[in-house]
Design a binder for this molecule. Structure first.
Ligand SMILES: [Zn+2]
Length: 230
């Protein structure tokens, strides 16, 4: 995956990089916190929301925004680049708050008050957008579309985060056990023993590392007695 060094100036074109987000968190709020990797080391940190177009792509890929609305948002953003940049900043602030709260839970630590304040600050707008919509059979929660809002994916994320924090599912929030990953996920495994955000990524990396360590140890052993090197 190639990361552009400089964000393209036109947010309407900025989605054209075709970035595909990993949605392995099992919950929209956790998937949203996973739009950044390797938080621990600033030099190593990879924030995938590099520009507004990526935020729209994430919303569409997470199925919180329709493809049609995604196109509209990109068009609007190209006419209102400052508003688009502000929307991205606002959304990232909430993302970091959700991460702080969820990772504290996963680590068994006390939730930081500032993060809770930030989530609560975003809650009134999110809940005000809630509507009951008619389905083919029955009704479902929906979010009202405000044509001027450049971050319609925020309301469902905020609502999902608030629901997760107040539900029994919270006890299933885990942090990937890779030292560098920092991704969160909902552990829906039967016995609650899932360790990796994605077995294919961090799980295999850990397996390869263990294998390497074993090989190293094994190859060292005979050398200890037979080495003639000075
Ligand atoms: Zn991971």
């Amino acid at each position: 995956m190639n990361e552009p060094d400089v964000p393209p100036p036109d947010p309407a074109l900025a989605d054209a990089d075709g970035y595909e987000f990993e949605l392995s968190g099992g919950h929209p709020a956790l998937d949203f916190t996973n739009t950044i990797s390797r938080r621990a080391a600033p030099e190593d940190c990879r924030d995938r929301l590099t520009h507004y177009g990526r935020l729209v792509s994430w919303g569409v890929q997470a199925k919180l925004v329709t493809a049609k609305d995604g196109d509209r948002l990109r068009r609007d953003a190209s006419e209102r680049p400052r508003a688009a940049a502000a929307a991205l900043r606002r959304v990232v602030t909430v993302r970091e708050a959700i991460f702080s709260l969820a990772v504290a839970v996963a680590r068994g630590e006390r939730a930081p008050a500032a993060a809770l304040d930030a989530l609560n600050a975003a809650l009134p707008d999110a809940l005000a957008a809630l509507r009951v919509g008619a389905e083919r059979s029955g009704f479902a929660w929906r979010f009202a579309t405000d044509e001027t809002d450049l971050s319609p994916m925020l309301a469902p994320v905020v609502r999902a985060a608030a629901e997760l924090l107040t539900s029994a599912e919270l006890m299933r929030v885990r942090e990937c056990q890779s030292d560098t990953c920092f991704w969160l996920f909902l552990d829906n495994s039967k016995n609650g023993t899932r360790r990796w955000c994605d077995m294919k990524v961090c799980g295999n990396r850990a397996k390869a590392r263990r294998h390497y360590q074993r090989e190293k140890t094994a190859s060292r052993r005979p050398r200890k007695s037979t080495s003639r090197r000075s």
